[in-house]
Design a protein around this ligand. Structure first.
Ligand code: A3P
Length: 274
């Protein structure tokens, strides 16, 4: 049932080719004090993003890079597909050949948000952004926000390997060089500790649910059940098992070439905690 997600793989493959021809110090740009990769984001796209009208039934997956966003994103897409099948009798988007848009909100072209305004509900939107850099309508319209967090040590380790495997991100010769950058706000999408502190201000809001990578890994059945309950989606035992199975590390790694292209080799690394 996996999506082919050609658009997803194409955008990443193109960014990798462009970045291969760039110098290390050209790879990032700063917008409102935060660094982003030039091959994925731009100030024009950030400005265009303000025009997105977020709806109360949109599902926002907020997570810092390397906290497991592709994993939880897979779970959310499957849950929404099950919901659509039940409520709209629609053959779910799980089987679609193609994603409508690149799922990360801040990655795309300036026309993306106008196109997104025409997509049917519920939309699943992933983002690595700080709350203050998101379209204001997310909070005004009380979209459902799933906040994903992961142990900072594992985020750092994952980010180190990811930076060294992904040409759009500056690579590091040593762990020490990386660690200094990680601790001194030099990372793309900003500092993880600031991210946690800013998002923590929203953690108790009724439309926000927090989940950790570690709890989901320890008990994926319970994790998926809790996410489904938060979204108001009822699941049969069979549907629950299928969502858990399809989002397992082994299943996602096996399908990575199809779902994530060359990026899959770098993304599905080890899935260890601690
Ligand atoms: P590691 O590099 O520690 O292995 P993101 O999707 O936010 O970029 O996060 C990537 C991290 O999530 C990687 O961690 C990756 O292996 C892990 N991951 C991806 N899919 C997973 C899954 N189905 N189960 C557990 N971890 C997963």
């Amino acid at each position: 049932m996996e999506k082919s997600r050609k658009k997803f793989a194409d955008i990443i493959d193109k960014a990798m080719v462009t970045a291969n021809a760039m110098n290390r110090d050209e790879l990032l740009f700063s917008y409102k004090g935060i660094l982003y990769p030039v091959t994925f984001c731009s100030p024009e796209v950030f400005r265009a993003m303000e025009s997105l009208e977020v709806r109360s039934d949109d599902i926002i997956l907020a997570g810092y890079p390397k906290s497991g966003t592709n994993w939880v994103g897979q779970i959310l897409s499957d849950l929404v597909a099950i919901f659509e099948k039940k409520t709209q009798n629609k053959e779910s988007s799980v089987n679609d050949e193609e994603l409508e848009e690149f799922p990360y909100l801040e990655i795309g072209d300036t026309g993306k948000y106008e196109r997104m305004n025409k997509l049917p509900s519920p939309r699943v939107i992933f983002t690595h952004l700080l709350p203050e850099n998101l379209p204001k309508s997310i909070f005004k319209n009380k979209a459902k926000i799933l906040l994903l967090i992961r142990n900072p040590k594992d985020v750092a380790t994952s980010f180190y390997h990811f930076s060294n495997g992904m040409s759009p991100l500056p690579s590091y010769e040593t762990w020490d060089d990386f660690f200094i950058a990680f601790m001194t706000k030099k990372m793309p999408w900003g500092c993880y500790f600031e991210y946690l502190s800013e998002w923590n201000k929203y953690a108790d809001d009724e439309n926000v649910m927090t989940i950790t990578y570690e709890e989901l890994k320890k008990n994926p059945v319970l994790g998926v059940e809790n996410i489904a309950a938060f979204l108001g989606i009822s699941l049969t035992e069979k549907e629950l098992q299928s969502v858990v199975e399809r989002s397992s590390f082994q299943s996602m790694k096996k399908n990575a070439q199809k779902t994530h292209g060359a990026f899959g080799n770098v993304l599905f690394r080890k899935e260890v905690t601690g």
